[in-house]
Ligand binder design. Structure first.
Ligand SMILES: [Zn+2]
Length: 373
């Protein structure tokens, strides 16, 4: 993710802070200073926000570690001003697993709230309802405020709309009764209905609700789009989509030959082969870098990258697209039994999907025509 800094590593997962998070800290500093003109209080406000985000990290860790139990890795955890995101490599297929992964985050905040509440009772200061309702950002009632924050985190995240955890809970519950794509579609519609109500209320009561409404609206459409892509890719082997006519380079070729290939064809990345065995990949960027450094006389073997991702022609398209996204590549060499058999680019996946959706529409039109006659 651009504009993020790594701030640590927890349970083997990198935790990043997005640059916009600093805006929130800046806002807290200004708000506290304007209110109190007191440096200690201002610092305290910043400290409180950091502790709150500690709770958010634990929440995300709840998702990540539950997902790990089902063999799903978490790419990283990113802290944004609106909260955290644990970026799982994929979502669990099993509705029950998704349900538990989604609930694990809020469950962490329930535990924190209960723990702090217990501590306050033991200290002889059980928080009053009024204290628990109001979150103080300026230094009064640290622990009661933290209890309140965690209760809010639970309530906010359980709003049954994407991208909140509640949206995933809703989908998982629906997916027990219907197909995953339909469940997502239904959950997204419910979420957008909720966003509409929030937006409407926001106009009259609290502008903050408008902000949430916008957030939910975008989250719902994004999730539905992603699942649609996933289902249309699932079950299709790479070999049906891959390109079989393409050019390769040899390690001893000169960079001038690579330049000719780029200028005379459509290809931007070239597998570098010895016989049918792939040794590396020369991307357009690698080539430009090498040209800038040493001119056209150099050899492909010195400019190519040796650590490249490849897919098997029998892999499913879904995994291949994930691999493409993971490495941020334009294309991947496709191998089978250690031999280069094709190339896969995002464009040809996109074309394949376009053709498929056009065919499906034609099919649907034919069935409705049949049903109406
Ligand atoms: Zn969550």
């Amino acid at each position: 993710m651009h504009w993020s800094w790594k701030i640590g590593r927890l349970a083997g997962i990198d935790v990043y802070m997005h640059a916009t998070f600093l805006l929130l800290v800046g806002f807290i500093v200004v708000a506290n200073w304007v209110e109190s003109h007191n440096a200690a209080r201002t610092l305290y406000g910043v400290f409180f926000v950091l502790v709150v985000f500690g709770c958010v990290v634990l929440h995300e860790l709840g998702h990540a570690l539950t997902a790990r139990r089902y063999g799903i890795r978490t790419r990283d955890i990113v802290l944004l001003p609106i909260g955290g995101v644990a970026r799982l490599e994929r979502m669990p297929e099993e509705p029950n697993h998704e349900l538990l992964v989604a609930l694990a985050g809020p469950a962490v905040n329930v535990l924190i709230a209960l723990g702090l509440y217990g501590l306050l009772v033991m200290l002889g200061h059980p928080p009053t309802l009024r204290q628990a309702e109001t979150i103080s950002w300026t230094g009064h009632a640290f622990l009661p405020s933290l209890v309140a924050v965690n209760v809010w985190l639970v309530l906010f995240n359980l709003i049954p709309a994407f991208p909140m955890d509640g949206g995933r809970v809703l989908r998982a519950l629906l997916a027990k009764r219907m197909d995953y794509t339909d469940a997502t579609q239904a959950a997204a519609h419910i979420g957008q209905g909720i966003a509409f109500v929030f937006g409407f209320l926001g106009l009259f009561f609290d502008p903050f609700l408008l902000f949430i409404a916008l957030f939910v609206w975008m989250g719902a459409s994004g999730e539905a789009g992603m699942v649609q892509m996933r289902t249309s890719l699932g079950g299709i082997p790479v070999q049906r989509v891959m390109l079989t006519e393409f050019r390769t380079l040899q390690p001893d070729d000169t960079l001038e030959q690579a330049v000719e290939h780029i200028l005379s064809g459509w290809q931007q990345d070239f597998p570098v082969v010895f016989g049918t065995h792939v040794l590396g990949v020369l991307t357009r960027e690698d080539l430009m870098r090498a040209l800038a450094q040493g001119g056209t006389g150099g050899h492909v073997r010195d400019a190519m990258r040796r650590d490249f991702e490849a897919v098997d022609s029998h892999d499913m398209l879904e995994q291949a697209v994930q691999a493409l996204q993971r490495c941020g590549c334009r294309s991947l060499p496709v191998e089978h039994n250690g031999e280069l058999v094709g190339m896969l680019t995002l464009e040809n996946v996109g074309e394949f999907m376009m053709i498929r959706s056009a065919m499906r529409k034609a099919q649907q039109a034919a069935t409705t025509a049949k049903a109406t006659t």
